[in-house]
Design a protein around this ligand. Structure first.
Ligand code: SAM
Length: 236
């Protein structure tokens, strides 16, 4: 019988934020599949979930290239899906672990399409996790939205100018993946009078977690990939 494929959101970093469902599945999955970027010494998802993984589980890695080249990414996802499908076809349950929530900007959803193309009848369960921005808001005791307030969640990887209408239209804006365009984002926030209504959160839940409201202090410096900015027009 074909194994079952699980996509497990393991939360933003703190193992205490992993769900009970995730912990149960990690204990028993025969194969744990982890995303691994070239920049990581150890998968960040594994850091969050490692303590819950059963001792006999086999660990397989799926590289996640830091590129936006669709052909390179598709080829890597296809290769990863082939590895996963081989274990599923052999009757093993495979759990792919992913930071935050499984359905938000995760390699899991791309892999899932390829796994389903290879094994159309495979049983799948996606397990939600605490998103990075929910954990950041909780860490700051900052409501993301109240009453009629509108909330936007945006990957800030393209020209920051594209953020202008969103920053005008929404009351709270979560800017994810801010490391690359950080300086231009901070300049735009300053121009719009929002720099003092923003907070930068990096590596939340890891030992080197860093949070600051002084966004200027990081201009021109190296920022970690695991970083986001929360903008709250009503004030922080
Ligand atoms: C590929 S997305 C993954 C999102 C994830 N699935 C979630 O639910 O939050 C990566 C982005 O999520 C944010 N992120 C994830 N973990 C984080 C953390 N521990 N601290 C701060 N930001 C984090 C950063 O903006 C990072 O660039």
């Amino acid at each position: 019988m074909t194994g079952k494929f699980y996509g497990i959101g393991v939360g933003p970093g703190d193992p205490g934020l992993l769900t009970l469902r995730a912990a149960d599945l990690l204990k028993t999955a025969a194969v744990i599949c982890i995303p691994r970027s070239a920049a990581d010494n150890e998968s960040t998802a594994l850091k969050a979930a490692g303590a819950f993984i059963g001792e006999s589980a086999a660990i397989i890695e799926v590289p996640t290239p830091m590129t936006r080249d669709k052909d390179v990414l598709e080829a890597e996802w296809r290769r990863g899906a082939e590895k996963i499908a081989a274990h599923l076809a052999a009757g093993c349950n495979v759990a792919f672990i992913t930071i935050g929530d499984a359905m938000l900007f995760s390699t899991y959803t791309y892999l899932l399409k390829h796994v389903r193309a290879l094994l159309p009848a495979v049983e799948v369960e996606s397990v939600p996790g605490v998103t990075s921005f929910a954990a950041a808001a909780a860490h700051l005791n900052l409501p993301l939205a109240e009453g009629p307030e509108k909330l936007a969640v945006v990957p800030a990887v393209d020209d920051p100018e594209a953020l202008r209408p969103l920053l005008a239209a929404f009351d709270s804006i979560v800017l994810m993946k801010v490391a690359g365009k950080y300086d231009a984002i901070v300049a735009l926030l300053a121009e719009l009078g929002l720099r003092d209504k923003a907070v930068y959160v990096s590596r939340l839940g890891y030992p080197d977690q860093f949070v600051t409201r002084d966004l200027d202090s990081l201009v021109g410096k190296k920022r970690d990939y695991l970083s986001l900015i929360l903008v709250k027009k009503g004030g922080l």
